[in-house]
Ligand binder design. Structure first.
Ligand code: C2E
Ligand code: CA
Ligand code: CA
Length: 844
């Protein structure tokens, strides 16, 4: 970072200025001392004593007590002891010279850089000069025959040395570490003072001995004493440091126990800098696949972001540790520590670093795991409340939101619900495929969201059903306007795979009712929507009057349970007839509800309610049971007729359906090929997969399948290849128009052709007249059902009808179209029935 290097430049300049100042002061002070002691320098000193002092200074300088001050290593020596003793024994300039020379030699051997070395020599020279000034001021004469025991001068001189030392040392550390002066100065002050006291005592002891014995060789003892004391002090210093550092490590690992990853990383970086006295610490997660690097020092985060490309090359003042668990597995990244200079960790520090790294690794993993958990639960919460395809709110969320309104937890003002159902969406799905259907749904969702008012909630309830909760309506009447705006947003054609599709929709509006809550609101909007559909208008608003009129679809919902239990569902049968011979070939089961109050209800009136309720399986089973019982009855009587049963696509989506059917068949001992399922073409391609599986299973058992209402839907031919179809039932609409509309005739002809090429049977529905029968027959249609032959009737009545037959031919319901007895058809009946020439048949 640019700012960092400019910071370094500023620091460097400050350091250089300060060192310059120390050098100038040192030169001045040394010069002054020489000037003041000029008279003492005329006689040469005792070179033996000077040499001994030099050796003592040299040795004391090498033996050092190390400790750390913030991020820098502080070193102090016992060098001031021989120095002060020197001032007592020989003229000051010699001592200063000895010290400066010893320091220079030592620094030359270490080579720590010119600036640092210069600073060290200048500092020692300045300190020596200060001590010399004390002795000169107090008039201690080194040339006296007997070394004086100058206690006061010794104390002051040692103090002067210490003061100069600190005055030169503290600013340098403060500048380079960026810490306040005071903090640096007071750091380890107790240790320093105790050390100072020891050195004072040592100095005084030696001086006392010299004063009594006057043997300068005593000086040789000095380094030994110094060495012993130093060993002791180093030991206690280390113990203390270790204790402190364990404490800091414990605090740091405690602080790492956070669930927020950023907090963990930031705290780890600044703690690492403190614990390992590093100028800078960096955590790099990129090696473990997370592009994040955090850099900082004690108390300051300098960088937190993706890995920088201008990352400096590692230098020898950088220490890198893998962040791994204690057992060495699961690496989560790296920890880099950068120091002011070359660094070598002690064994203890290495161990500490490893401990820290593994604690950090655990903390990072915990925080990451927690973050992942949070993400997953947020995702789950979102998924639970949203529709995956469109991203809109789902049914659940809409109910919840509307529920809050009813509970008075929101301040929504007047609220209404608009329920939207797309018309003919199935056709889009069927003809263009599932993906195109999805695109349409997404675009519809988008348009609705875009045109909804700010507080409104747009939701997809499933399939092609959407809902908008309209809130804050200024007046109830505004609901209609808002609904119109929303629905007209769907007017513009939607582009799908290069095609322009117009989507039509019907909307039902209901204002929030006073009671009944969300379910009632939903129910009312549902009624309104169906009214709009039936009336062929875009929107309809719920009105109470119309609701009560709509008994059939709604009130009945609550009665289904009873209907199933009380066997109120009954089945009528309508015969299917061979158009040529008039012979009955099968019968279709048609459900009715024998309602205690409403009387006979037709499927049109109750089927949707059943399908939307949870009672469909029970209903379907009741119908199947009666249908198979009827087939059994007729076969017993000699009419082996297959029975056709209508099946809802919803039943086929139930995975247990085939099993239930096969169980019913075996209970009635009806062969599987005597059962035909009729399935209307209301399947979407997406359902085809599941439905196909069920149908294949049934087909393998022998059950046959008819496609009902063929021609009205847009079943692509591919459907026929997905499911095992045996019959096509041509819809009433075409049959009714077969004589008047050439289009209807064409549909029938092509259906017959298709059926022939696929070896399928074709049955015409709703044959109401003899001319229709003729037309169908000549178009190649083999079978038909309709009022011409018989209306749906009970199984027993159908049996009686079969037994009676037409014109004395049991099992037939119409005269044969074959030429007056020229074609004799063999009956499929087991008993009775002679081929008779057909008489014109008159419908009943
Ligand atoms: P669908 O399968 O098309 O049944 C034929 C419908 O046409 C029957 O109406 C029948 O009464 C009527 N119909 C028969 N001949 C003629 C005719 O000559 N002219 C006219 N105009 N209509 C005729 P229904 O019984 O009301 O059944 C209506 C629909 O309800 C059926 O249509 C079928 O899709 C469904 N359905 C009936 N029973 C069941 C059932 O048990 N389960 C299921 N899932 N659906 C059923
Ligand atoms: Ca049918
Ligand atoms: Ca039909």
């Amino acid at each position: 970072m640019a700012s960092m290097s400019s910071n370094d430049d500023a620091t460097d300049r400050q350091l250089r200025l300060f060192v310059g100042l120390v050098v100038v002061l040192a030169l001045g002070a040394a010069g002054a001392v020489v000037a003041f002691t000029a008279d003492q320098l005329t006689t040469p000193p005792d070179f033996l004593v000077v040499s001994l002092i030099f050796v003592a200074i040299m040795v004391s300088g090498w033996l050092r007590v190390r400790f750390r001050v913030l991020s820098n290593q502080d070193v102090y020596t016992w060098v001031d002891v021989p120095v002060v003793i020197g001032f007592v024994l020989v003229p000051a300039p010699w001592v200063i010279l000895c010290w400066a020379l010893a320091t220079t030699l030592r620094r030359l051997a270490m080579r720590r850089g010119l600036l640092k070395d210069t600073w060290q020599v200048a500092k020692d020279t300045l300190a020596g000069s200060a001590a010399a000034a004390v002795f000169l001021a107090l008039g201690v004469d080194p040339n006296s025959s007997h070394p004086p025991f100058a206690i006061g001068a010794t104390v002051l001189a040692l103090g002067a040395i210490a003061l100069v030392d600190q005055a030169a040392f503290v600013p340098v550390i403060a500048i380079s570490s960026g810490n306040p002066l005071r903090q640096v100065a007071t750091k380890n002050l107790d240790v320093k003072l105790v050390g100072q006291l020891f050195r004072l005592v040592a100095t005084l002891v030696v001086l006392a001995l010299l004063a009594y014995e006057a043997n300068v060789f005593l000086l040789l003892l000095l380094p030994m004493i110094v060495a012993c004391l130093q060993l002791w002090q180093t030991g206690s210093m280390r113990t203390r440091e270790e204790r402190e550092s364990w404490q800091r490590l414990a605090e740091a690992t405690d602080a790492l126990n956070a669930v927020d990853l950023t907090q963990v990383l930031h705290s780890a970086v600044s703690r690492a800098a403190v614990i390992f006295s590093a100028g800078e610490a960096e955590i790099d997660l990129t090696t473990a696949g997370t592009d994040r690097v955090v850099t900082g020092s004690a108390g300051r985060i300098r960088y937190d972001g993706p890995a920088r490309t201008d990352e400096p090359e590692p230098t020898d003042d950088e220490l890198t540790t893998d962040l791994v668990a204690h057992d060495g597995t699961l690496r989560v990244g790296m920890l880099r520590l950068r120091f002011g200079g070359a660094i070598k960790l002690t064994e203890f520090e290495q161990y500490k670093l490893k401990t820290f790294a593994s604690a950090l690794c655990t903390a990072i993993r915990n925080a990451s795991a927690y973050a992942e958990l949070e993400r997953i639960s947020a995702q789950n919460a979102h998924d639970a409340a949203h529709d995956a395809l469109t991203g809109l709110a789902n049914r659940r969320q809409l109910y919840e939101r509307a529920g809050r309104h009813f509970d008075g937890q929101t301040d929504d003002g007047v609220v209404a619900l608009l329920l939207i159902d797309l018309n003919h969406f199935k056709e889009i799905n069927d003809t263009l495929g599932h993906a195109a259907g999805d695109t349409v749904l997404r675009k519809v969702a988008r348009r609705l969201s875009d045109s909804a008012a700010p507080g409104d909630m747009v939701a997809r309830l499933g399939g092609d059903e959407f809902a908008v909760l309209l809130t804050d309506l200024p007046t109830p009447a505004m609901a209609g306007h808002r609904a119109d705006t929303l629905l007209s947003s769907l007017d513009a054609a939607i582009e799908v795979e290069g095609m322009r599709i117009t989507v039509e929709a019907a909307g039902g509006i209901a204002l929030a009712p006073g009671s009944g809550g969300v379910n009632e609101l939903m129910r009312r909007a549902d009624i309104a929507m169906y009214q709009a559909k039936r009336a062929g208008v875009q929107t309809a608003t719920y009105a109470h009057a119309q609701d009560t009129a709509d008994v059939s679809r709604l009130v009945l919902g609550g009665e289904l349970q009873r209907a199933v239990a009380e066997h109120e569902f009954v089945v009528d049968f309508q015969p299917i007839v061979d158009l040529g011979s008039g012979e009955v070939t099968a019968a279709e089961a048609l459900a009715r509800w024998h309602h205690p109050e409403h009387g006979y209800l037709t499927p049109m009136e109750f089927l949707q309610t059943v399908e939307r309720s949870g009672r469909l399986p029970a209903f379907a089973d009741a119908v199947l049971d009666q249908a198979l019982a009827a087939s059994d009855l007729w076969r017993e009587a000699g009419f082996d007729l297959p029975v056709a049963v209508n099946v809802s696509p919803r039943s086929l989506l139930d995975p247990s359906f085939p099993e239930t059917v096969l169980a019913r068949l075996s209970r009635h001992a009806v062969p599987a090929d005597r059962l035909i399922f009729e399935l209307a073409e209301t399947l979407t391609l997406s359902q085809l997969d599941v439905v196909g599986r069920a149908l294949n299973e049934l087909s393998e058992a022998g059950v046959r399948l008819a496609l009902d209402d063929f021609g009205t839907g847009v079943t692509p031919l591919s459907v026929l290849s997905h499911i095992p179809v045996h019959q096509l039932k041509i819809d009433r609409e075409f049959v009714g128009n077969v004589q008047t509309s050439s289009e209807a005739a064409a549909v029938i002809r092509s259906t017959v052709d298709l059926a022939r090429s696929l070896h399928l049977a074709v049955i015409a529905e709703g044959v109401e007249s003899e001319p229709q029968r003729h037309a169908l027959w000549s178009l190649g249609c083999e079978a038909g059902q309709g009022h011409l032959f018989a209306r749906p009737m009970s199984a027993a009545r159908l049996l009686a009808t079969l037994q009676r037959g037409t014109a004395g031919r049991p099992g037939t319901l119409a005269a044969s179209l074959h030429d007056g007895g020229a074609v004799v058809r063999m009956s499929r009946r087991r008993s009775g029935g002679s081929g008779r020439s057909a008489l014109p048949h008159l419908p009943a």
